[in-house]
Design a protein. Structure first.
Length: 119
């Protein structure tokens, strides 16, 4: 068998194997990072959408300390000093409302989507 013919059969075999693939693979959003800024009495953005496994970092660019505390208790930054930051990696899907206990006007949500599985 010639080299060109062997190569052609090899390529066809590889394409066929790739087409069969693993149908149990995860087909969903990829974890990322997102940043929210605390400044001038607001959190921007105050609605964040990420995938499971993503990390959100809150940066305090205000002149006073602030905290971000999940309403359901999933995370609690403690005081974040001016120019400080707090990061949390979301291990599960859901909607996580949060607030600053010392400043009722500072609040937001993080919506976390799960990867879907195809069969």
């Amino acid at each position: 068998m010639s080299s060109a013919l062997k190569l052609a059969f090899g390529v066809m075999f590889l394409i066929g194997a790739m087409a069969c693939g693993n149908n149990n693979s995860s087909m969903g959003p990829t974890p990322t990072t997102a940043t929210a800024t605390i400044m001038s009495g607001a959190i921007t953005p105050n609605a964040i959408n990420v995938a499971v496994g993503s990390t959100v970092t809150w940066m305090n660019k205000d002149t006073a300390p602030h905290s971000v505390v999940a309403d359901g208790g999933a995370f609690n930054s403690g005081p974040i000093a001016p120019d400080g930051q707090f990061s949390y990696t979301f291990p599960a899907a859901g909607t996580f409302a949060y607030h600053d206990p010392s400043n009722a006007g500072l609040s937001g949500t993080v919506s976390v989507t799960a990867a879907s599985t195809s069969y």
